[in-house]
Design a protein around this ligand. Structure first.
Ligand code: IMP
Length: 295
């Protein structure tokens, strides 16, 4: 297997801004230069496999072949014991064409009810499978899981997807109620990445966090949050982050007065194409768009 060195350009084989942001956070300290498949204009292959490994491999191989660069793909999902592992590889699809996870969570809760599975807290786990592929077709797989149980109704406005109904082992809060850093410390993706790091990045010295250049306004993090939220509580948490961003980065906001902000919001809403996305996500995107330069 070839190795990754400082400055290597690596494609993150995803069009999901939340995932790209999370993987970038993990790669940045190692001096790897990550670009997303979306930025390179690569098309997203259909996830036709029936396993996480198969889908991660398929996405990584397509991105490596399409770009001529090494590519890292992630396939992840929620597995519920009493549903025989469902929704599993179909975790994203249970949210329907609008990717509405309030719908997907309700579906999971209803299926558990049908199976009489709420007697004991239903056991579940998140799983993340990473695949690193090279343009010559060489691949390696890394896996991470976090175990816990589900609750209903969902709780908390942080995170995304099924976070508000998942309580990790040893905790009382759902992933949706935890601070992002708390979830991040134990998440399935972090664990899969730890395996990837141990075997692939061990020769690279991580940059001391304090020596990393100070980062300005983190638009990518805000965009990722806006693009992946589904519920009212997640929209409320997004507004909290937007307020913090205004406080910290006021000079970078294009529309600082309420009048300018409302003008921009009006234009943004008039121009927005019809969308199947959850209304809370559309609202968050509109709010964010009113505070950044037109691009
Ligand atoms: P895929 O990996 O893009 O096929 O999508 C996996 C789906 O699993 C996501 O759309 C989420 O709904 C769900 N999922 C994966 N990781 C997480 C997580 O950390 N929290 C909540 N849901 C997740």
């Amino acid at each position: 297997m070839q190795s990754l060195t400082k400055g290597t350009k690596l494609v993150v084989a995803s069009h999901n801004p939340g995932k790209v942001w999370e993987i970038n956070q993990l790669l940045a300290p190692y001096g790897l230069n990550a670009v997303s498949a979306g930025e390179l204009g690569l098309s997203e292959p259909e996830e036709t496999e029936t396993t996480f490994q198969g889908n991660a491999r398929l996405k990584a191989i397509a991105a490596a072949a399409g770009s001529g660069l090494p590519a890292l793909a992630d396939d992840s999902g929620l597995e519920v014991d009493c549903l025989d592992g469902a929704p599993g590889v179909y975790s994203a699809r249970w949210a329907g064409p609008g990717k509405d996870f309030s719908v997907a969570m309700k579906k999971v809760a209803d299926e558990i009810t049908t199976r009489g599975g709420w007697g004991e807290p239903p056991k579940a786990n998140f799983i993340s499978v990473l695949c690193l592929a090279w343009p010559d077709g060489d691949t390696r797989i890394f896996e991470g899981k976090v175990f816990g149980h589900l609750v209903w109704p969902p709780r908390g406005g942080n995170g995304f997807g099924y976070d508000p109904m998942f309580v990790p082992e040893g905790a009382e809060q759902t992933f949706g109620e935890m601070e992002p850093a708390e979830k991040y410390a134990i998440s399935h993706r972090t664990r899969a990445f730890a395996v990837f790091k141990a075997s692939t990045l061990e020769h690279l010295q991580p940059v001391n966090v304090d020596e990393r250049p100070a980062r300005g306004r983190d638009i990518a993090a805000l965009s990722a949050a806006a693009a992946s939220l589904s519920t009212k509580l997640e929209a409320a948490a997004f507004v909290t982050h937007l307020k913090a961003d205004l406080k910290a980065n006021r000079p970078e906001w294009v529309n600082v007065t309420l009048e300018d902000y409302l003008d921009a919001l009006e234009l943004q809403l008039k121009d927005a194409p019809a969308s199947e996305e959850p209304a809370w996500r559309q609202l968050a995107k509109a709010l964010l768009a009113a505070s950044v330069k037109n691009r």
